[in-house]
Design a protein around this ligand. Structure first.
Ligand SMILES: NC(=O)c1ccc[n+]([C@@H]2O[C@H](COP(=O)([O-])OP(=O)(O)OC[C@H]3O[C@@H](n4cnc5c(N)ncnc54)[C@H](O)[C@@H]3O)[C@@H](O)[C@H]2O)c1
Length: 459
């Protein structure tokens, strides 16, 4: 018998204030907030089968505990699985949680006859064949922004470390050389930080930098409300000419590849610094090496590279990137192995975010945040509600909604929402007063339509 699912952070059903005056309205709102919130109904699948999760690659124990607390059966392994191993076992699982090493290929998906959802407990989703997953009706969730703060804090440390030549001094002293000097070393207070890309990371950084007394300028393709006293400038060139530190926080897109090259470096102030924690190909590194060698730039910090070693211990050398040894030999250049987002806090947040997304999909059908799927959600059913929830994934072709709505027409459709993405569409509907016998025939009718990929009823 399947057990009910409890979601850690409860979805609260919306309620309507009932009062005659504004005063009543606020009093009523306060009462509702403290005593009378209508709790959401905890839904579970109609199928009388335990939900089984396969959790690989040492995903946080917290996430595993959360799943177990919700009544799921969890098999937890610290290692990744090969394609063959997965093909062997995947057929018994309803959900899988992975990091970047386990590849979910088309072959694995073909063997995954019960799989409902994939959770990537990391930032990227390249390890999953996303198109095959969506065609199989399987949404994929990840956690793209849980490490934004970690990256922003690393940049703050690099601002100070570059302007104080911290790595040079520390390295010299480890070699037994005492070299106390202040020439060419600066406070960051009062200096101008130029942020390129004012998204999750750029905006966090903006606040931190102002707390250090920096003046913040930013450039973004979108018009964005500045935080604090930051100012958006009209072009990248303006930012490059004005900033003492330029830090990059844009995604890798055709238009951002080598967006910092010879011309842009020449526009930067003499004695300024460049920081790249975004993506390796955003900077033309041979041009950067030239600029540093000529003394035009006073230093740089790079956390990301066009080609990065595949595993810890693998060499970072000229075979990987032809300029590696030249870059490594330059003074006041901080090189780090893509650790911007690598903190315990970020890992914990990834665990929380992805496990909640999986639980919300399994328990409530919500695909908000899925990377390969139409994003659909419905307001929660109240605890005393008798509705059933229909989750119908289907091919994105004409006439499907008519067929579904014909099937639903004898009942009261309390709410319904649908959306499509590429070849796949998804409709969710909450239906009132469906008897158990009707429910079975309704399910057979909807799942029997030509375009059906997956139909689940939650009660
Ligand atoms: N070093 C690490 O470990 C690490 C960790 C997390 C993220 N990242 C990388 O950091 C980058 C930024 O991440 P985020 O979470 O802030 O992304 P985000 O999507 O929240 O923000 C990116 C911003 O860049 C802007 N942008 C896009 N194209 C632009 C262009 N041509 N010029 C100017 N602005 C442009 C967008 O409008 C958006 O505001 C991404 O490349 C991400 O992969 C690196």
């Amino acid at each position: 018998m399947s057990k009910p699912i409890t979601i850690a952070s409860a979805v609260v059903a919306s309620t309507s204030p009932q009062g005659t005056s504004l005063h009543d309205h606020f009093r009523r709102r306060q009462e509702l907030a403290t005593f009378d919130i209508r709790l959401p109904k905890i839904l579970h699948p109609v199928e009388k089968e335990d939900i089984r999760l396969l959790i690989l690659e040492n995903i946080s124990q917290g996430a595993v505990n959360t799943f177990r607390a919700q009544g799921f059966h969890v098999d937890h392994h610290t290692r990744a699985m090969s394609e063959d191993e997965l093909v062997e076992v995947i057929g018994t699982y309803h959900a899988i949680g992975i990091r970047s090493k386990t590849k979910i290929t088309a072959k694995v998906l073909k063997a995954a006859s019960k799989l409902l959802v994939i959770g990537c407990f990391c930032i990227g989703t390249n390890q999953v064949d996303l198109d095959s997953a969506s065609r199989a009706g399987i949404p994929v969730f990840n956690s793209p922004f849980s490490n934004s703060r970690s990256v922003a804090e690393l940049v703050v440390s690099e601002l100070v470390a570059l302007s104080r030549q911290l790595f040079e001094r520390a390295y010299e002293l480890r070699q037994g050389i005492w070299n106390k000097k202040s020439k060419g070393c600066w406070e960051i207070r009062g200096k101008t930080l130029g942020i390129v890309g004012y998204g999750h990371i750029g905006a966090q950084l903006s606040v931190l930098a102002e707390a250090f007394g920096m003046r913040v300028l930013f450039h973004d393709v979108a018009n964005i409300m500045p935080l604090g006293s930051a100012r958006q400038v009209d072009s990248l060139d303006t930012l490059l000419k004005e900033a003492d530190f330029v830090t990059l926080h844009v995604p890798e897109l055709p238009e951002t590849i080598e967006m910092i090259s010879k011309r842009q470096l020449a526009l930067m102030k003499r004695g300024s610094y460049l920081i790249n924690n975004a993506r390796g190909r955003v900077v033309d590194i041979p041009a950067l090496v030239e600029s540093l060698k000529s003394g035009h730039l006073a230093g740089a910090a790079l956390d990301v590279f066009p080609l990065e070693p595949g595993s810890n211990g693998a060499p970072f050398d000229n075979q990987l990137n032809t300029w590696a040894s030249e870059l490594r030999a330059l003074p006041n250049v901080i090189l780090t192995p893509h650790i911007g987002g690598s903190t315990e806090e970020a890992q914990r947040m990834i665990g929380d975010e992805v496990s909640q997304a999986l639980s919300r999909y399994l328990g409530y059908g919500s695909t908000l945040g899925a990377v390969n799927f139409p994003e659909v959600d419905l307001r929660a059913i109240a605890a005393d509600g008798t509705q059933i929830r229909i989750c119908h994934v289907h091919k994105n072709q004409p006439g499907v909604l008519k067929q579904v709505n014909d099937a639903l027409s004898p009942y009261n459709v309390e709410k319904q929402y649908s959306d499509s993405k590429g070849e796949v569409a998804y409709v969710m509907a909450d239906i009132a007063d469906v008897s158990p016998t009707d429910m079975n025939s309704l399910r057979d009718r909807i799942s029997g339509t030509d375009a059906n990929i997956l139909t689940r009823f939650l009660i």
